[in-house]
Design a protein around this ligand. Structure first.
Ligand SMILES: Cc1cc2nc3c(=O)[nH]c(=O)nc-3n(C[C@H](O)[C@H](O)[C@H](O)COP(=O)(O)O)c2cc1C
Length: 165
């Protein structure tokens, strides 16, 4: 688990190989086993394989090529009808997306969390036909990796621990 957590990198280029439905379901399952406030499980998912729909989503972000070249995109929504507390709900969605990214990596796939597209959240909802009570949170683009994970950097624990008594 610790190795998977540390070796996960954002993967933005994918082969044309299709991603098996069973793997998509494993990724969604990993997402839904995230913790949430009062276990309210506020997440909803839209799975996009259609090239036409991906192209429409791609036009909503400067990271268009990632979306249009990914075999699968999963749009993640916060269902406000299930809300417990806005801060807790958005934290739960973050935990859900991270679980999905770890599952993607553990399954030998590659993925990336796309947030820049949030600037056009309403357009994304309309393209996908998702009702307004579901707030668009992110796209996770994924597929079999066509690039090596690039080296990344993190601050050392000593730089981020502000108190230890
Ligand atoms: C909330 C959020 C939004 C992000 N949005 C984008 C994005 O729009 N485009 C992109 O290429 N990467 C995006 N990323 C990925 C980050 O750039 C990446 O996680 C970060 O640079 C660390 O690299 P790593 O994931 O390889 O460790 C986003 C990540 C998070 C958590």
């Amino acid at each position: 688990m610790l190795d998977v957590t540390k070796s996960r990198r954002s993967i933005r280029r994918y082969t044309k190989q299709e991603v098996e439905e069973s793997r998509i379901m494993q990724i969604i399952e990993a997402g839904i086993w995230a913790p949430s406030g009062l276990n309210n499980q506020p997440w909803k998912f839209a799975i996009v394989r259609s090239q036409e729909v991906k192209e429409a989503l791609a036009r909503q972000t400067k990271y268009s090529s990632i979306i249009s070249n990914a075999p699968i995109c999963i749009a993640v929504f916060l269902d406000k009808d299930l809300s417990c507390d806005r801060t807790k709900d958005t934290q739960a969605i973050g935990a859900c997306i991270q679980n999905m990214l770890l599952a993607i990596h553990a399954l030998g796939l590659g993925g990336v969390w796309l947030g820049e597209i949030l600037k056009n959240a309403d357009n994304v909802r309309e393209i996908l036909g998702i009702p307004p009570h579901m707030e668009f949170m992110a796209v996770v683009a994924l597929g079999y990796p066509a690039e090596k994970a690039v080296a990344s950097h993190r601050k050392k624990p000593g730089e981020v621990i502000v108190l230890e008594k």
